[in-house]
Design a protein around this ligand. Structure first.
Ligand code: GLC
Length: 741
């Protein structure tokens, strides 16, 4: 439809018809018989059956046949034949589940995430969906917050590249194209900085920190063309995001140029009353509308109050027209006026969903997401030796995340299923050894909608333990798949202790007493406290929550068919007390380096400053030599760049991939700058003995930041740069920036 036609359509709509477009409900308001709505739930929201019947969008329902019927019956009732929008959380896969976003970030391969998003979009589109509430691009520095699993990690540069890649994967160049859906960058803004890592908690960020660290990834997703942005639940410096005019109008719309649809998070508009920013729902509706929130997800504030607010002259109807025009434009961008069913296709659902191509991609992405944290000569495993798999993730299909609820765990390949295809089964045994959760851990998850594991009586646990220890005694190598339960990360899963469940640690300790050749395969949605595991195991392979093809990918890496290449996108703290810990910190005036004896330094009495495993770290089965950095010049100007280069050589016996990372420090500036900032990365695959030169162009724009005078730009002076295989690289060089030359 042309813009002029949209304008005419808007002008032909009544106030109520416009407000209907701004209401989003969950699918459970609609019965299987799509001609009727379920009465009852709307009473909690203070809205009418008619409101429900005319809601402009629903979220949380999928299925081609059902959504086609729902759309048909909606369009028949809709006085202007405006189609409904169908939205859903397709975060890291629809039915084919890819690694959690934090795991995808560990691949340091945005193109891979783009491919995963594109495959997810295809499965979502044939299932009748138009919008996915992804990518989540909140920067994170606190592993106590359960939603770090959805993020791109602690670095603005990496998170930005992933945000862009996922938006492009979901939307393509034109979201009306087949098998594309509209992306939704979320949660704007700063949600990942929740105080003390406690879910939905207060966020206080200086404008400097907000702009230099937290905003870039949202901007990257918006610059990539994201059709939607979602508000965050939190207050930002005292004002809830959903009613924060400065954040939503000045920053998001005016500065970032976002002209798409702004949807509130679930009931977030109503929650501004609870925050203490809105007097009541009516006030909340006024404030959110004036802040530019276009769709009210499930709070009812708009549906129940906007008409009255306009009639009382308390809000200008122009705000409503502006929002509804953006909603109509989005439906138009998706081509829904021409084809309200878009790609919904019950037949295609059968062939596209979980197709071999998607499964292969899921396996590739999983293997590339794994990070080898430790290996003292026990990996790759020798499959001819006696091997015991001991751990509750040995044959556990729950290896997708709490945000992959559309996927079916039964479609996931377990380690045991994959190992039985490869290992010598006369010399390999498989034992759970313990439940995933102790009964007290399960208590903490009470109230979750999902089914929790059945409690295992203590005597059964002891019997499992006894069997496992015996198996460990008889084995040459013990592979221990351990980790968090999948519901211990994701929304509303903040944890103050970052431990692997005690019941598993008991198993680990007992096995370690009888066999020193332990390889831990770690399943988790967030960095954990790995001190004891790292101390006692000979190898630790981080596999996150790897998704549908997890078992195959893990066995491919354990056996050396695939050489692990992942790098940590988020620091693993030495312990919880060290949090927040992130590589791109500031120097302080009294920086501490390991070994310094002086007392008055920025350090702890009882733990090191450095994390257990730093950002950017990850081992390989082969060895790489990285040469000192060479520079093509000493000075960068506004018009001239220099090139920094290293030669990387595979000095080992196996092919492998190394990720060279470029870090830069602005040594002194009007506002202190981080000791290192990631400004580039390149993956290079090398055969044994092969070498390659890896180059990075250093140019003025990459040196810009929010200066003391409030402007964004670079400042002349000294810079240091590093090129290495982790953020703790010491492979350094120096250069100058002289803008006017
Ligand atoms: C949730 C989440 C958000 C999600 C939305 C819809 O509360 O915060 O990320 O997209 O509700 O499910």
């Amino acid at each position: 439809m042309q813009k002029t036609e949209l304008k005419k359509l808007l002008e032909s709509m009544s106030l109520q018809e416009k407000i209907d477009q701004m209401l989003q409900l969950v699918g459970s308001f609609y019965s299987e018989d799509t001609d009727e709505v379920l009465t009852g739930p709307e009473s909690e929201l203070g809205i009418t059956d008619e409101d429900v019947r005319m809601a402009g969008s629903i979220e949380g329902t999928y299925g081609a046949q059902y959504l086609m019927e729902l759309q048909k019956s909606y369009m028949e009732k809709q006085p202007h034949h405006i189609p409904m929008l169908f939205m859903m959380d397709v975060i890291h896969g629809m039915k084919t589940i890819f690694p959690i976003p934090l795991g995808q970030a560990a691949a340091f391969e945005p193109e891979l995430s783009k491919r995963c998003a594109s495959a997810a979009a295809k499965e979502a589109a044939v299932s009748g969906l138009h919008v996915t509430f992804a990518p989540m691009v909140d920067l994170v520095r606190d592993a106590r917050w359960g939603r770090v699993m959805e993020s791109g990690g602690e670095d603005p540069f990496l998170s930005s590249r992933l945000a862009q890649a996922q938006v492009e994967g979901f939307q393509g160049k034109d979201m009306s194209e087949p098998y594309k859906v509209c992306a939704c960058v979320k949660h704007f803004a700063g949600y990942g900085a929740a105080q003390a890592g406690r879910e939905y908690h207060t966020v206080e960020l200086s404008e400097h920190t907000l702009r230099d660290f937290y905003l870039p990834a949202y901007k990257a997703g918006i610059d990539a063309g994201s059709g939607m942005v979602m508000t965050a639940f939190n207050t930002l410096n005292g004002i809830p995001a959903s009613t924060n005019k400065w954040l939503m109008r000045d920053v998001l719309r005016d500065e970032m140029g976002f002209d798409g649809v702004l949807v509130s998070d679930f009931s977030a508009i109503a929650e501004t009353v609870v925050h203490g920013h809105s007097e009541d729902l009516k006030d909340a509706a006024k404030k959110a509308l004036e802040a530019g929130v276009d769709i009210d997800m499930m709070s009812g504030a708009y549906a129940a109050n906007l008409s009255t607010l306009v009639k009382e002259g308390a809000v200008d109807e122009a705000f409503i027209d502006e929002s509804v025009m953006r909603i109509l434009e989005l439906k138009n961008k998706l081509g829904l006026f021409e084809n309200p069913y878009k790609d919904a296709d019950p037949e295609k659902e059968k062939t596209v969903i979980l197709c071999d191509e998607h499964r292969q991609l899921a396996g590739e992405a999983a293997a590339k997401s794994f990070v080898l944290l430790k290996n003292e000569g026990v990996l790759p495993v020798d499959t001819s030796k006696k091997t015991a798999f001991i751990g509750p993730y040995t044959n556990n299909k729950e290896i997708k995340s709490s945000w992959a609820f559309i996927g079916d765990s039964q479609d996931c390949v377990t380690i045991e299923e994959a190992a039985r295809e490869v290992f010598d089964l006369t010399r390999t045994t498989f034992h759970a050894g313990s439940p995933v959760l102790g009964n007290d851990d399960a208590q903490a998850l009470k109230g979750f909608a999902e089914k929790l594991p059945d409690p295992v009586p203590e005597e059964m646990q002891l019997s499992m333990l006894k069997e496992a220890v015996q198996a460990a005694k008889e084995a040459d190598t013990v592979i221990m798949p351990l980790g968090e339960y999948y519901l211990q990360s994701g929304e509303a899963t903040s944890r103050a202790m970052l431990d692997i469940p005690d019941v598993q640690m008991r198993l680990f300790r007992e096995v370690a007493k009888v066999n020193e050749n332990i390889i831990v395969v770690l399943f988790n949605g967030r960095p954990l406290d790995l001190r004891e595991i790292s101390r006692k195991a000979k190898a630790v392979l981080e596999v996150w929550l790897p998704g549908t093809e997890g078992g195959h990918a893990i066995v491919d890496v354990l056996t050396g068919k695939v050489n692990p290449s992942g790098k940590l996108p988020m620091s693993f703290p030495y312990c919880v007390g060290q949090i927040p810990v992130h590589y791109n910190e500031y120097s302080t005036g009294r920086p501490y380096q390991p070994g310094m004896q002086a007392r008055y330094l920025s350090k702890y009495l009882d733990i090191p400053n450095t994390p257990l495993y730093p950002f950017g770290y990850g081992m390989s089965y082969t060895d790489f030599e990285i040469s000192p950095v060479t520079l093509s010049g000493e000075t960068v100007t506004e018009k001239t760049s220099i090139t920094a280069a290293v030669t990387v050589k595979n000095t080992g016996t196996l092919s492998g991939t190394q990720t060279l990372q470029l870090y830069i420090q602005d040594v002194s500036a009007s506002v202190v700058r981080p000791v290192k900032e990631l400004k580039g990365f390149q993956k290079t695959e090398l055969a044994p003995g092969e070498e390659a030169t890896v180059q990075f162009v250093i140019e003025e724009p990459m040196l810009r930041f929010l200066r003391a005078d409030g402007t964004v730009g670079s400042e002349d002076g000294r810079f240091r740069l590093w090129i290495g295989d982790s953020s703790d690289t010491e492979n350094a060089a120096g250069f100058m920036l002289k803008r006017e030359m």
